[in-house]
Write a protein of this length. Structure first.
Length: 372
């Protein structure tokens, strides 16, 4: 698409969505960005602090389960581009309470597609161009064994958790709107992200917070499970490439070429925290409960706990298509991306404490006018 776009970012107050909004508004400053987010436990307006004052930005507190708020936002803002991040995203939660995943990830995605069809395809005042970009996951492909080739876009879907199944359903819905109604869509399926603003329930931020506060580091099973880690900015660049250069109707895998066993991640994290405390005496004052503050090894907190039900053993992304067609290449390796993440967590204790106890809401109401 050419010219300034009017972009609706669903789930823009979550981890990847907020990083994407910052990335996009820096790179395309004349685009209008409207964030639609229900502010669940995982959505924090504090994540969007750096864009809150921009004229081109607006926040809408709304749920994708509410067709009226979607339709109203699309109409009022003359939206021509949707980047769809909003989802329930945590596998453990989907094992305990799958219903919310079906609601948001399946019904919510369908609501957005219905609204997009109404405004972009069935309307007399439809924009000249439109694009629906759907952000999905490698988990739709199921699990790999030790010698299996990495997931390609041709790998058959075999989702194993309620989360993965709900994302698979949403991928199929997006595909069907292209095939049946001619909607201009793209989809990206991505591996495990990490970086600033990730809610401390996911492996890396949870382990950092627990290590700094002297709590156990719970490794599921024997810790041999493998994930393919991708720094969040590399994911944002990948989405940008798919949206601007990708074939309409196509799906692209985005990965980090960074397969790590969970136990190796946790051990690496422990030694990086020990090294950070050794290099900066102030950290022992700031985090007195951390083993590293008492001359002990962070590794002493590691404990092996009962495995996740249905725990997928290995994910690995083959991003050859995105590399060859779009020129995609991740810029951070795990060491550099992890150091950026650890430094950010050390410097933003206020953020992680506030999002974990919900007090960021008070912080936002002190700093910003009422939500729209
Ligand atoms: P997140 O849980 O951090 O954020 C989700 C956001 O969606 C939150 O701001 C939340 O308030 C919002 N939301 C949830 N339900 C909503 C609803 N009904 N209406 C409106 N907003 C709602 O998630 P994330 O890790 O940033 O993931 C974003 C997207 O990327 C998801 O679609 C996820 O499936 C996909 N993804 C994530 C990863 C990863 O490693 N985190 C990897 C691949 C794909
Ligand atoms: O692969 C992409 C997916 O990555 C995304 O689609 C999901 O939204 C995202 O949550 C993530 O799913 P995972 O289940 O892989 O991420 P999580 O951080 O929950 O766990 C990573 C690995 O670490 C996994 O093998 C389970 C393990 N783990 C996790 C936690 C929270 C532990 O061993 N201990 C823990 O406390």
């Amino acid at each position: 698409m050419t010219g300034a776009r009017k972009v609706l970012v669903t789930g823009g107050a979550g981890f990847i969505g907020a990083n994407f909004v910052r990335y996009w508004s820096d790179k395309y400053p004349s685009d209008r960005i409207v964030v639609l987010d229900a502010l669940t436990y995982a959505g924090n307006r504090a994540n969007l602090e750096s864009v809150e004052d921009r004229d081109t930005y607006r926040f809408v507190h709304g749920n994708i389960l509410d067709p009226a708020v979607i339709g109203d936002t699309m109409q009022r803002e003359a939206i021509d581009t949707i980047v769809h991040f909003a989802a329930e995203s945590h596998v453990d939660r989907s094992i305990h309470e799958p219903d919310a995943f079906i609601q948001t990830n399946v019904i919510g995605t369908n609501n957005l597609l219905m609204a997009a069809r109404k405004h972009w395809i069935d309307s007399d005042s439809a924009p000249a161009n439109h694009l629906f970009h759907h952000v999905s996951t490698d988990e739709v492909y199921g699990t790999l064994g030790p010698g299996d080739p990495a997931f390609t876009e041709q790998t058959l879907y075999a989702p194993n958790s309620p989360y993965a199944a709900s994302k698979a359903a949403s991928d199929h819905l997006v595909r069907s709107y292209h095939h049946t109604f001619g909607m201009q869509v793209t989809t990206s399926n991505c591996s495990n992200n990490y970086g600033p603003y990730q809610f401390p329930e996911k492996l890396i931020p949870l382990m950092i917070v627990n290590a700094l506060t002297g709590k156990a580091l719970p490794v599921y099973g024997d810790g041999s499970n493998i994930r393919d880690w991708l720094y969040v900015d590399d994911h944002c660049r990948g989405i940008d490439l798919v949206m601007n250069k990708g074939r309409v109707g196509a799906t692209y895998n985005i990965g980090g070429n960074n397969e790590w066993r969970n136990i190796d991640i946790v051990n690496q994290l422990c030694s990086s925290i020990d090294a950070a405390f050794a290099a900066n005496e102030q950290l022992a004052v700031q985090f007195p409960q951390a083993p590293a503050a008492k001359g002990q090894k962070t590794e002493s907190l590691v404990c092996f706990v009962a495995d996740r039900l249905g725990h997928d053993w290995r994910y690995a992304i083959d991003a050859t298509l995105a590399e060859s067609e779009l020129g995609y290449k991740p810029e951070e390796d795990f060491e550099s991306g992890f150091q950026l993440t650890l430094n950010w967590m050390l410097q933003n204790e206020g953020w992680w404490r506030a999002v974990m106890d919900g007090s960021y809401r008070d912080w936002i109401s002190r700093n910003y006018s009422a939500e729209s």
